[in-house]
Design a binder for this molecule. Structure first.
Ligand SMILES: *[C@@H]1O[C@H](CO)[C@@H](O)[C@H](O)[C@H]1NC(C)=O
Ligand SMILES: *[C@@H]1O[C@H](CO)[C@@H](O)[C@H](O)[C@H]1NC(C)=O
Length: 414
């Protein structure tokens, strides 16, 4: 190699190192997060033994509605009708083999997956206990009540509202899970108050800012029950309605919050050390289905959990990615265009943190004491990235934020 070439490389490398040091050290640059970036702990995944022992019960799974739908993140059902929240913003029904969109909280948009903030993204669905309605958590548009006759939409909690926090009041940025109690009050989650769903990856790198709320229907107000949850997600109400369970996707655990009895207002860990990231919860009389949307184990810890101990690294990555996104967001703001939309989407939903994760798909069955009853695992990829479990007779329908189908398996554990 000629000397002048070496000098050139050396200069390039120094520029690179200098810009990195600049980015890492300059104060006042983003992120401007709700809570300071500090060290926190995520319990290590448990061993896959006992009721979590390896099996292949999710292998050879069927795909239904293939290429007819995109990203059925949430799935609930009643009678012969299944309701799904889809990528592109629609809520659709699946009945007698046919799928049909029924309403959308957001605005119709062409470039489906890259226009999420406009289309909306229904991440939580629950049947109302007061009237023939469905309650929807749309990541971008808030909590809504939609009647199932004429699909009239009523806003319950707006993304513009300043909502209470334990210490800091602030807007919700990712409306995610919903559950309705017998009185019609709604438990719901905000996953992060720092980034929107489009920037979920960044949300997973900030200090936890998720919240669990209770929405009082008669007063139309939300009170905060838990704060600083690590990506608060699915919610489940216990059969006696004495506690609620909330999934912390980033924390790989479920928290329990007492809403009735002498322990009202107290909380504790329901289960931690899950071998992956829990998503929507599906409760019934005997327990809860917990899908893991991505897997982790002791040798392959989740990137988010591993980085929880390294605030500087997290701050640096967030800074790098937000600064990287800035010109694209700026251009997008002036001239909306598919290229910058795609790029922003690409960064925010980046799979770089899942590249090293174990290629295992798992759903877990818990009882109401937080004990693992059993687990179904898959290794052939036919079931993947499961975000919701819907039990229908002898079958389970599995939703996913990314797959273009619903996965169907036979129920083998319970
Ligand atoms: C994390 O866990 C370690 C080891 O148990 C402990 O020393 C440390 O104080 C914990 N950090 C936080 C922020 O809780
Ligand atoms: C509830 O309050 C929010 C925030 O003020 C408002 O936007 C919404 O329209 C209200 N909904 C109902 C049903 O009163």
């Amino acid at each position: 190699m000629a000397i002048h070439q070496m000098v050139k490389y050396f200069l390039k490398a120094s520029c690179f190192v200098a810009s990195i040091i600049f980015l890492a050290a300059v104060p006042g640059l983003p992120p401007h997060t709700t809570f300071p970036t500090a060290e926190f702990n995520v319990t290590l995944p448990r061993e896959l033994e006992g009721p979590l022992a390896i099996n292949k019960l999710l292998d050879y799974a069927d795909h239904i509605l293939k290429n007819e739908i995109n990203g059925p993140e949430t799935i609930i059902g009643r009678g012969d009708t299944v309701y799904m929240g889809l990528n592109g913003g629609n809520v659709a029904i699946f009945k007698k083999g046919l799928v049909m969109p029924i309403f959308q909280i957001g605005k119709p948009c062409k470039r489906r997956s890259f226009d999420e903030a406009v289309c909306g993204r229904p991440l939580g669905l629950a049947f109302d206990t007061k009237g023939n309605n469905i309650i929807v958590a749309d990541a971008y548009y808030g909590i809504w009540r939609v009647d199932l006759k004429k699909y009239r939409k009523t806003l319950l909690v707006s993304p513009k509202q300043i909502l209470p926090g334990k210490f800091i009041n602030r807007k919700a940025k990712i409306f995610n899970g919903v559950a309705v109690d017998s009185k019609g009050d709604i438990y719901w989650t905000d996953s992060s108050s720092d980034f929107t769903f489009e920037d979920s990856v960044l949300a997973g790198l900030t200090n936890p800012s998720g919240r669990l709320f209770k929405y009082d229907r008669s007063k139309n107000i939300s009170t905060v029950l838990l704060d600083e949850l690590f990506f608060a997600n699915g919610v489940a109400i216990s059969p006696q309605e004495d506690f609620v369970v909330v999934a912390e996707t980033g924390g790989m655990r479920l928290m329990k919050y007492y809403v009735d009895g002498i322990r009202t207002g107290e909380s504790e860990i329901f289960i931690d050390g899950l071998p992956g990231h829990p998503d929507n919860l599906t409760p019934d009389e005997n327990g809860i289905w917990v899908p893991l949307v991505s897997s982790a184990d002791k040798n392959n810890p989740s990137g988010f959990a591993a980085l929880s101990q390294s605030p500087q690294k997290r701050e640096f990555i967030i800074r790098l990615l937000t600064i990287f996104e800035m010109p694209f967001k700026f251009v997008e703001h002036i001239i909306p265009n598919p290229f910058s939309k795609y790029f922003i989407h690409f960064i925010g939903h980046s799979k770089m943190f899942s590249a090293l994760l174990p290629k295992r798909t798992t759903i877990i069955r818990l009882d109401w004491n937080g004990n693992i009853v059993g687990a179904m695992h898959g290794f052939d990829g036919s079931a993947s990235m499961v975000s919701h479990v819907y039990e229908s007779g002898k079958e389970l329908l599995l939703g996913s934020p990314v797959n273009r189908y619903v996965t169907r398996v036979f129920l083998k554990v319970k």
